[in-house]
Design a protein around this ligand. Structure first.
Ligand code: SF4
Ligand code: SF4
Length: 114
């Protein structure tokens, strides 16, 4: 079995890396992945609803982009929220979410051809 591949506009093959998991314990709820994803994969949910056993109680200090609540970058700094995978079956494997995520929350996988 081999992994399915796609083609770029010029016919070059590439291997989609589908989102497999999102580590909610690392997530700071910034919303960057949601903004860049062209598919209906993500949903922002209350951190409490996931029953996470957070080791890091001070996520507000963890954003390497240096955002604060008063800036106008359009990204949330509300760490009471966390991103979740609502529908990863809709993922096309572009990896934009991983490239933009400041916390390395994502893991990806290829898909075997049928
Ligand atoms: S790999 Fe692309 S399509 Fe899949 S969840 Fe990430 S941004 Fe969305
Ligand atoms: S980009 Fe990363 S840290 Fe920000 S909401 Fe998405 S998964 Fe969480």
């Amino acid at each position: 079995m081999t992994a399915i591949v796609g083609l770029t506009l010029d016919g070059t093959e590439w291997t989609p890396q589908f989102v497999k998991a999102l580590d909610a314990k690392k997530c700071i709820g910034c919303g960057r992945c949601y903004r860049v994803c062209a598919r209906d994969v993500f949903e922002l949910v209350e951190r409490e609803s996931l029953d996470l056993d957070d080791e890091d109680e001070d996520l507000d200090d963890d954003d390497p982009f240096g955002d604060d609540d008063d800036d106008d970058d359009g990204f949330s700094d509300d760490t009471s929220m966390v991103m979740s995978l609502k529908n990863n079956g809709d993922c096309i494997g572009c990896e934009a979410c991983s490239k933009i995520c400041p916390k390395g929350c994502f893991s990806h996988t290829t898909k075997e051809a049928a």
